[in-house]
Design a protein around this ligand. Structure first.
Ligand code: SAM
Length: 331
């Protein structure tokens, strides 16, 4: 566990930066070795999700849509994205499960560290190839990009244009190039968020959910969130900023829409489920909890929860508390 002092240094460093400068503020933390989030291994909860849960979820969505032709096609190599990947342990894990996996981080040092790990001679021992239902056989690639999750610049590397036909007389319609203002059509089959949402300043949360919705494939793409930290009072600041089940729901059900939060000593929405804000600190009046949005209609780009469960195995810091939630586009 990180010492309180290291956590306090992290909090103070980001307290002094305006939200728009925070993405650029992480490299200094990597430089000074203030990296209490770095667990040195992939997330055990992600291992269990890939091994046991995802095959079940995919099998049940296959049954639901068995008339859908896409499911009858041979398994192609799927693309996975890990925003804010740090040293990239989870990216290497996803590649070992057959995904072409991309890790993004704005920190030069984090990306250098990840690239070193990817070249390590022990990589095949630490990340042996695993064949799982629904993914192509054999390991996929692991690519690390120094890039901002909110910018479109990295998409030309994650989705390079298909090789041009050698015969100039055979005309293929040219793909329009994508400017950063356009909505991306380049999407991922799986996105994994662990300690990324909680690393962002709260004002960027609506942009996070909009971006997740844009980048997740509407054709069965899966967003996996390892919800953390669920027991930390939101009013105590961050990073990591305390999160709740209700916050994930509200953000992902209404991508891009702002969230209203309680003021100190004001009641938030009722959350009876474990890991929700009905438990623990909300009653202590600290503020920063979600006020329920009672709008009933779901926007077209909404992500809906497929399943949520308490992580049986997870990093030490989240034991007994972390939940995993899986989200898809509304069909
Ligand atoms: C708390 S660390 C978590 C790293 C990693 N997920 C892990 O568990 O080891 C958050 C990471 O997000 C990166 N980051 C912050 N804002 C980003 C952004 N807008 N785009 C990409 N990476 C970002 C930081 O550089 C930092 O390495």
């Amino acid at each position: 566990m990180a010492s309180v002092d290291v956590r306090e240094r992290l909090r103070q460093h980001f307290d002094a930066l305006p939200p728009e400068k925070q993405a650029g503020g992480w490299n200094a933390m990597w430089e000074q070795n203030v990296t209490p989030w770095d667990r040195g291994e992939p997330s055990p909860a992600l291992v269990d999700t890939l091994q046991y849960k995802l095959p079940q979820i995919e099998a049940s969505s296959f049954q639901d849509t068995s008339s859908n032709k896409a499911h009858h096609q041979p398994t192609r190599r799927k693309k996975a994205l890990v925003p804010g990947c740090g040293r990239g342990y989870d990216v290497l894990l996803l590649a070992s499960y057959g995904y072409d996996a991309y890790g993004l981080d704005t920190s030069t040092l984090a990306i250098q560290g990840a690239q070193e790990l990817a070249r390590s001679p022990d990589r095949d021992i630490q990340y042996p190839p695993v064949t799982s239902s629904g993914t192509a056989a054999g390991p996929g690639t692991a690519t690390f990009l120094e890039a901002d999750f909110f910018s479109n610049d990295f998409l030309s590397q994650t989705h390079p244009p298909a090789p041009q036909n050698q015969n100039p007389s055979a005309s293929t319609p040219e793909q329009p190039s994508q400017s950063s203002e356009e909505e991306p059509s380049k999407t991922f089959d799986l996105i994994y968020d662990y300690t990324f949402l909680c690393a962002l300043p709260p004002s960027l949360r609506p942009a996070w959910s909009k971006r997740m919705s844009q980048l997740l494939s509407p054709a069965g793409g899966i967003l996996i969130c390892l919800e953390f930290p669920l027991k930390k009072p939101p009013s105590s600041g961050g990073p990591p900023h305390g999160l709740t089940r209700e916050l994930y729901e509200q953000l992902l059900n209404r991508p891009g829409k702002g969230v209203e939060y309680t003021k100190p000593h004001q009641e938030g929405s009722e959350g009876g489920e474990e890991g929700g804000q009905g438990e623990g600190e909300r009653g202590r009046g600290g503020g920063g909890y979600v006020i329920e949005d009672r709008t009933t209609e779901m926007p077209r780009d909404a992500l809906v929860k497929v399943e949520r469960w308490k992580a049986e195995r997870t990093h030490e810091v989240g034991k007994g508390v972390d939940f995993v939630s899986v989200w898809k586009h509304v069909q």
